[in-house]
Design a protein around this ligand. Structure first.
Ligand code: RB5
Length: 147
């Protein structure tokens, strides 16, 4: 699986920690930055990561900013993206099982690396349930996107 990851300046350290957790999995990691502490705009990072996911170049994406809020809002403006902002393991599991989230958002100023690592492991290890009711609801999300 190819996974694209990106962060603004508010989560550069978290991005490095998340990449170490991702290395536990059989994944190719595509890091689109940012790579320093200079301020960048989180919508630009969301666009870079989500373009990879929406085009099918990457199966999944991870977006990070100070809170995870701005970058998740931006990600969810992009067609085909179901981005879940998760600050706990239960939400991470549900975002895969029920919502088939293809992008995970987290906040570098919110989470410690221990919790963030467990969130990533849960998100990577959980499959979409693929049952009728969840597929129906996701189809309704897609319909909203197409209106
Ligand atoms: C950048 O200072 C900060 O606003 C950003 O990282 C994020 O928290 C926005 O939601």
């Amino acid at each position: 699986m190819k996974i694209t990851i990106g962060s603004d300046h508010g989560a550069v350290e978290l991005k490095d920690s998340v990449k170490k957790v991702l290395a536990e999995f059989d994944v190719e990691i595509n890091d689109v930055g940012t790579f320093g502490n200079d301020a960048v705009d989180y919508p630009d990072i969301a666009e870079k990561v989500c373009a990879e996911v929406a085009s099918g170049n990457s199966e999944r994406g991870i977006v990070l900013c100070g809170t995870g809020i701005g970058i998740s809002i931006a990600a969810n403006k992009i067609k085909g993206i179901r981005c879940a902002l998760c600050n706990d393991v239960f939400s991470a599991k549900m975002s895969r099982e029920h919502n088939n989230a293809n992008v995970l958002a987290m906040g570098g100023r919110v989470l410690g690396i221990g919790v963030a690592g467990e969130i990533v492991r849960a998100w990577m290890n959980t499959d979409f349930s693929n049952d009728e009711r969840h597929n129906r609801r996701i189809a309704k999300i897609t319909a909203l996107e197409n209106n």
